[in-house]
Design a binder for this molecule. Structure first.
Ligand code: URA
Length: 217
């Protein structure tokens, strides 16, 4: 069986609207944060299809018994925001996954060499193999950070088919790297952009997502 990376770009007016707000260089930090929260929410909503485990049972309405589907509370759900920028998507994701555990992963890239290093790792020593993992990484540029995150997560026992990755802007170099190394991964992104500039920034992109979310530019 040949597995192929699946990249979903939801055709949804709310996703398009909040992407446009986030892209606009005149959007102030406070509104940029709102846009990222909303993108986190709607992309998580899309990613949850056929991923959240459900439980078939029945309930009694005031009138009769009927079939009912609940989210299965026995299957662990983990959200992994990649710091810093991934934090901006967290509130939206958590609003739909209130029972998920959140494991922070702090990755920084050297702006000259583009090498990635890990400065914070709150992942558990190992995951329950049934765990569903949602990774929050707004900018898929060179693929350096997401590759390190995938290695850290799958190395702790998570099946890549149970991982969903949400990003806001994805670029071909990162998608190619993920396709080679994690062909069964499912990605949900608001847009796929043309490429990178010489500084490793996505063009047209939205600039430095961390700086814009935290007002540090
Ligand atoms: N990280 C960002 O914040 N923006 C980019 O364009 C690329 C990486």
């Amino acid at each position: 069986m040949v597995l192929q990376l699946r990249v979903y770009v939801p055709e949804h007016p709310l996703v398009k609207h909040w992407l446009a707000v986030a892209r606009d260089q005149n959007t102030p930090s406070v509104l940029f944060k709102t846009a990222m929260t909303e993108l986190g929410r709607w992309l998580t909503y899309e990613a949850a299809r056929q991923w959240l485990p459900t439980l078939e049972t029945s309930v009694k309405t005031p009138l009769a018994e009927c079939a009912a589907t609940f989210i299965d509370p026995s299957v662990p759900i983990a959200v992994v925001p990649i710091l810093r920028a991934g934090l901006a998507l967290l509130e939206g994701a958590q609003s739909l996954l209130p029972l998920a555990s959140t494991y922070h992963l702090g990755l920084a890239r050297n702006e000259e060499t583009l090498e990635v290093s890990c400065y914070l790792n709150k992942l558990p020593a190992s995951f329950d193999p049934a765990t569903r993992v949602l990774i929050l990484e707004p900018m898929l540029a060179t693929g350096g950070s997401i590759s390190m995150a995938m290695a850290e997560i799958t190395g702790r026992g998570v099946d890549p088919t149970l991982i969903r990755l949400i990003s806001v802007v994805a670029a071909p170099p990162a998608l190619q790297k993920l396709s080679q190394n994690y062909p069964s991964l499912n990605i949900y992104t608001a847009i796929i952009d043309e490429g990178l500039n010489s500084g490793g920034y996505i063009v047209p992109g939205l600039g430095d997502a961390g700086d814009r979310a935290f007002g540090t530019y």
